[in-house]
Design a protein. Structure first.
Length: 277
């Protein structure tokens, strides 16, 4: 067996996926802690997720990260799930085990909260939070946000039924208030998190500037390396005290996946800083 063939292989799967910088992040982790690995970005057809995953497992991959739009399908595919994956109903980290079974975890929530609290020193405890969207990304971060005991957490979504379903699914974790976009504007929020995919089309969810208070922080779970996201730009133009993108979340959730696969903690802040430069 060649030396290259013996190096463990990992990948991020999604659709689309060509924009992903996860391979570079995991390569940087690999070099930092001296653990050799291969890490690829692989597009899977939207209607062929299960076959795509099984094919990569048979090819000998050790684990996968899962991104849009497959996180809930990944959850359903797993034989075993971590408590946080079980809670969130979404999986972004797969571990192919020696017995052929697939274990799943979700590192999105810890990635978001570590970036907010550790890197940006944002407060969540006793704060009013508005979460935009009701898809897999939002589902993945809800347990971690609720665990930090915000004063209130509101979910706004175009489809009210999806927001209501999320509020019901997570009622054991804390109180979540569903809301339609058109009903926003009466209350101001300390932290507004965009968990929608509107940014893929360079759009912003239809929220009024009245949701912003004097010290409101806006956070986009999406990121652009070379320019501000549409939501960050909106926040800056609308008077938010801080407008942050999701690059740090991406690195922090990747660092947690790296720990799951390799049992080693990396210095994520160094990687974030280098990407910003």
């Amino acid at each position: 067996m060649s030396e290259t063939a013996s190096i463990p292989r990992f990948a991020v799967v999604g659709n689309p996926i060509s924009h992903s910088i996860s391979p570079g992040i995991h390569q940087a982790f690999s070099e930092q802690v001296k653990i050799p690995l291969q890490y690829h970005a692989i597009e899977i057809a939207r209607d062929d997720f299960e076959n795509g995953i099984q094919d990569l497992q048979q090819q000998g991959y050790s684990g996968l990260n899962v991104t849009v739009p497959f996180k809930q399908e990944a959850w359903a595919l797993c034989h075993r799930r971590s408590p946080r994956a079980e809670d969130s109903g979404a999986v972004n980290t797969l571990i192919f085990q020696d017995d052929g079974e697939i274990a799943g975890d979700n590192t999105d929530g810890v990635g978001l909260t570590r970036d907010l609290v550790n890197n940006h020193h944002a407060l969540i405890n006793h704060r009013k939070i508005l979460l935009l969207g009701a898809g897999g990304a939002v589902r993945g971060v809800l347990p971690a946000l609720l665990a930090l005991s915000p004063e209130e957490l509101t979910i706004a979504n175009r489809t009210m039924e999806k927001a209501e379903q999320l509020a019901d699914d997570f009622r054991n974790h804390g109180e979540v208030t569903p809301c339609a976009y058109e009903d926003l504007g009466r209350d101001k929020f300390d932290l507004i998190i965009n968990g929608t995919s509107a940014g893929l089309n360079n759009e912003v969810p239809p929220i009024p500037v009245e949701v912003l208070g004097v010290n409101s922080i806006c956070y986009d779970m999406m990121y652009n390396l070379n320019s501000d996201t549409a939501f960050v730009e909106w926040a800056q133009n609308s008077g938010a005290s801080r407008a942050l993108d999701g690059l740090g979340m991406l690195v922090e959730q990747a660092a947690e996946s790296f720990f799951i696969w390799h049992g080693v903690r990396v210095d994520s802040k160094t990687i974030i800083d280098s990407l910003r430069q």
